[in-house]
Design a protein around this ligand. Sequence first.
Ligand SMILES: NC(=O)c1ccc[n+]([C@@H]2O[C@H](COP(=O)([O-])OP(=O)(O)OC[C@H]3O[C@@H](n4cnc5c(N)ncnc54)[C@H](OP(=O)(O)O)[C@@H]3O)[C@@H](O)[C@H]2O)c1
Length: 206
Amino acid sequence: MKIGILGTGNVGRALAKPWAEKGHEIVFGSRDPNKALEIAESMGKNVCSSTYEEAAQWAEVVVLAVPYTAALDVLRDAGDLTGKILVDCTNPIAPGLSGLLIGLTTSAAEEIAKMTSAKVVKAFNTMGVGVMANVQFGSETASNFICGDDEAKSVVRSLGEDIGFDVIDIGPLSNARLLEPLAMLWIYLAFKHGMGTDIAFKLLRR
Ligand SMILES: NC(=O)c1ccc[n+]([C@@H]2O[C@H](COP(=O)([O-])OP(=O)(O)OC[C@H]3O[C@@H](n4cnc5c(N)ncnc54)[C@H](OP(=O)(O)O)[C@@H]3O)[C@@H](O)[C@H]2O)c1
């Protein structure tokens, strides 16, 4: 697929690598296309770089990998995303990792959906980038919870499975109100409870 990744930070780079290796075409969108070019070149085949607008307009799937507080500006730069899938990886984290900026009656995903005409799917927000790079914990595979309001979820499921995740569809986009606090739990355990970043959530079934 043609995947435009908006943001060349930790998440953007962590997702680009395995997708490029799987044969997807990646264009990073960045505020600084020169910096993005260096990052793209370091990743080799199937990865290049541009502005937010060019990456988003070229892509079939647009991945929002920027701070939640920057989402509005970045989406404005990206232009009209009608007909495209927007994967929202953001978490509305308060300064100092002290909690969530919003929740209960809305979520970052729902607020982002109000900013764009794209089909928004929440995914890749409940684990750290080290988990995106390696989803295996012995014989267990990390879960990647996704939610959204239409068939675009099947595309995002497949992109998650390409990285190796156990992808779990938890229903409508409003259930991002459950996923963003789950991300906060991961952050708490990793950074404030001393467990480190080599942890992931796994849904057990029987
Ligand atoms: N880090 C994780 O383990 C993790 C895991 C799951 C979800 N998330 C969420 O995913 C999103 C991205 O996280 P990240 O760790 O990749 O963040 P990051 O390393 O700080 O990178 C964010 C990128 O967003 C772009 N950006 C655009 N406007 C910006 C602004 N005003 N200030 C700072 N950066 C701006 C920048 O790319 P350009 O300079 O190329 O424009 C920057 O490299 C966040 O919402 C985060 O909560 C993070």
